[in-house]
Ligand binder design. Structure first.
Ligand code: BG6
Length: 469
């Protein structure tokens, strides 16, 4: 099969750094099980773990992780998967660990491995350098998990370190939102429906809102989260990647580079957050969470009003909100169109019709709803909202989980659903003023929609659309 320009050859081994950690347990082993089931996993999986793990303990850990998410896991899938697992026990700081890794890959005949860094970002540079010390950087690609830096300078520094060891095309940066079918659908929905494109601009769109709300709090991740906060944890990455897909121009072709080029362009046209257009919140009780400072001013909620100074979007407010401990778990993008002329309705004495909306549900029960207006039955010319809605799972069938798709892509060598460095740097540039001048953090109650101060970001006549699912 012909490779597109930016595609890489298929990998022949998967090396998991952090194979006994939390991410591996919650996401990676269940994803490997699904890949095995579909026949997409045809390589050895080599875990690297501390020296006090035995092979048996490692396999048991992987097995338990799979059962926790797939209680009825099929032995015909599980057994061959367990056969693929290999463990290298050792300290990352010991050169012998790296020599053993190389010898193990040689034994498997591997010439092109995926090195998956399910480890804290502070360890990325060391692992990259150690791979180079045994010459493994010439035969494979690395997969790094977010966060890619803490701000623009540290993101650039991290990248410079990684780039000194691996070329950009062999650095795959995971933002798991890019692996969600519903998020990728934004691209397809926008550019495969002629209906939408003519109205997808400042002439017709009044505002765009994106809400990413979670009902959970920090769930035992207090010590990690308190050093990060909502802006770095999800706004800079997941949320701005969604905005890029909603706002970008059509890519020039199907190669991944064209898609990344358009994301970079639209992010470059976004003005950096004005601190006056930022509201941060913290749920009441956050400071009592284990691992959180008792006087923490880290935000668990952030809302901002963004602007994209382009021909398509100038003057259209982009309202974004992210938060934990909110009312509903949802990720939703709402595109609101200008009001129609009222003439017909004024003359008849009826209320003005509500504005049309396109609502993309990107989280639970993903799908899309068009909120249109239709005649209210009766003698008057009044209108009321009718929803034309589709649930994608019902209409299109169940889809794979993000991590399954991304791990499969990393093995297959397909970079399309990963984040390119220039896009990442643009997103840090956009949020940098919010990190430099964060302003106060406003308390809000669990189960609410965040602090009421977020309302002051809205232009006259605008309101927050709470997710509908
Ligand atoms: C992660 C964040 O990247 O995304 C978490 O670190 C957050 O804090 C999670 O809970 C949300 O992912 P999803 O797929 O459940 O929306």
């Amino acid at each position: 099969m012909m490779l597109l320009d930016s595609e890489q050859p298929r990998a022949d081994a998967l090396v998991l750094f952090g194979a006994t950690g939390d991410l591996a347990k919650r996401k990676l082993f269940p994803a490997l099980y699904h890949l095995e089931r579909t026949g997409a996993l045809d390589v050895p999986v080599i875990g690297v773990a501390r020296s006090d793990w035995t092979d048996d303990a490692f396999c048991q850990n992987a097995h338990d992780a799979i059962i926790a998410s797939e209680p009825h896991a099929d032995a015909a899938v599980m057994d061959p998967l367990m056969e693929r697992l290999d463990l290298i026990q050792g300290d990352y700081a010991e050169q012998s660990t790296w020599e053993e890794l190389r010898a193990t890959l040689d034994r498997h005949g591997s010439k092109n491995a995926v090195y998956y860094m399910a480890i804290p970002p502070s360890m990325f540079p060391e692992v990259a350098r150690r791979l180079a010390s045994v010459d493994l950087n010439h035969r494979g690609r690395i997969v790094v998990e977010k966060p890619f830096g803490r701000d623009l300078p540290s993101a650039q520094e991290l990248n410079a370190t990684l780039a000194s060891v691996f070329p950009e095309e062999r650095i795959f940066r995971i933002d798991h939102y890019l692996g969600k079918e519903s998020v990728e659908d934004l691209l397809v929905f926008r550019f495969s429906n002629t209906l939408l494109e003519p109205i997808w601009n400042r002439r017709y769109v009044r505002s765009v809102q994106v809400t990413m709300s979670e009902t959970i709090g920090v769930e035992g991740r207090g010590s990690f989260y308190d050093g990060v906060g909502a802006i770095r944890d999800v706004l800079q990455n997941h949320l701005l990647q969604v905005v890029a897909l909603l706002a970008m121009e059509p890519p020039a072709g199907s190669d991944a580079q064209f898609l990344q080029d358009e994301k970079t362009k639209v992010m470059a046209a976004m003005t950096a957050i004005d601190p006056a257009h930022l509201v941060r919140g913290q749920y009441v009780g956050y400071r009592d969470e284990p691992g959180v400072e008792t006087d923490s001013s880290v935000e668990t909620f952030a809302a901002a009003r963004l602007e994209i100074d382009s021909w398509r979007w100038a003057g259209v407010p982009w309202y974004v909100r992210v938060g934990k401990a909110l009312t509903e778990p949802a990720t939703e993008a709402v595109v609101e169109f200008h009001s129609p002329p009222r003439l017909l309705f004024d003359e008849a004495g009826g209320p003005a019709p509500d504005r049309n909306l396109v609502r993309f549900r990107l989280g639970n029960s993903d799908g899309v709803t068009f909120a249109l207006q239709a005649k209210t039955p009766g003698p008057h010319l009044d209108s009321q909202e009718v929803d034309i809605s589709v649930d994608f799972a019902a209409a299109l069938g169940e889809r794979s989980e993000a991590y399954e798709r991304l791990l499969g892509d990393a093995i297959a060598g397909s970079p399309r659903r990963f984040a390119r460095q220039d896009v990442v740097e643009q997103t840090w540039r956009v949020v940098q003023p919010a990190l430099d001048e964060p302003g106060p953090v406003h308390p809000y109650f669990r189960g609410s929609w965040g602090p009421s101060e977020a309302d002051r970001l809205l232009a006259d006549g605008d309101h927050w659309y709470d997710p509908s699912s």
